[in-house]
Design a protein around this ligand. Structure first.
Ligand SMILES: N[C@@H](CCC(=O)N[C@@H](CS)C(=O)NCC(=O)O)C(=O)O
Length: 206
């Protein structure tokens, strides 16, 4: 069995590299520069037909969805470490926050990133910017309430923190960090103080 992650710094492949380091898995990580036009070239589209990051390859077979990949890696190669199953009392919270990081927050943060950082200024639409800010804030309020008396989303660090942690990272790198309240900022600091996060941050294209 050979496993490889094609990793692009700053993008959702961070979730996969982060989980690989947290779980101590033997996966080759090939780091490439994030150049969006290259993701639309035939060589890359053959691996990821939607032209997005990440791509994880198991014996050459690609998997594309970052949150699904980390759950797969834990259950298949790490005895479910950092994951939860139906017999665990915190399974409902676990599943909810795994999905919340991408399905719940991802679209609004993507829109926010587009309207505040990625699109050229003349293509931005003020109403879309305000909508994305409000919806992102709405998500952050939910998160903040949950984090009031907790260090992590469950009683201890789990893959759910990796799912949501990347969403917070995206808010930060698009310079929207001020939308986060103090509890969420402190939570993000805790996440990024982890050794595995530091290792991911050090990954550079060859
Ligand atoms: N739901 C997918 C989203 C993948 C995604 O949107 N990746 C972004 C980078 S974070 C991307 O590749 N964007 C390039 C583009 O849209 O051209 C996942 O979680 O893996």
């Amino acid at each position: 069995m050979t496993m490889k992650l094609i990793h692009f710094p700053m993008t959702r492949s961070i979730r996969v590299a982060w989980a690989i380091y947290e779980l101590g898995l033997d996966v080759e990580i090939e780091t490439r520069p994030f150049e969006r036009e290259k993701l639309k070239e035939p060589e890359y589209l053959a691996l990821n037909p939607v032209g997005k990051t990440p791509v994880f390859l198991e014996d050459g077979k690609p998997m594309l969805e970052s949150v699904a990949i980390i759950e797969y890696l834990s259950n298949k190669y790490a005895d479910g470490r950092l994951s939860r199953g139906p017999k665990d009392s915190d399974y409902a919270d676990y599943l909810q926050f795994m999905e919340f990081g991408e399905a719940g927050m991802g679209a609004y943060i993507g829109m926010l990133a587009g309207q505040t950082a990625i699109l050229p200024k003349e293509q931005r639409i003020e109403a879309m910017k305000i909508w994305s800010q409000n919806e992102t804030k709405n998500c952050l309020n939910f998160l903040e309430k949950h984090l009031t008396d907790r260090e992590y989303l469950l009683d201890e660090f789990s893959l759910a923190d990796i799912s949501v942690g990347y969403a917070l990272f995206l808010i930060k790198i698009t310079r929207n960090g001020e939308l986060m309240d103090d509890a969420t900022k402190a939570y993000f600091e805790r996440l990024t103080a982890r050794d595995a996060w530091k290792k991911v941050s050090a990954l550079e294209p060859a």
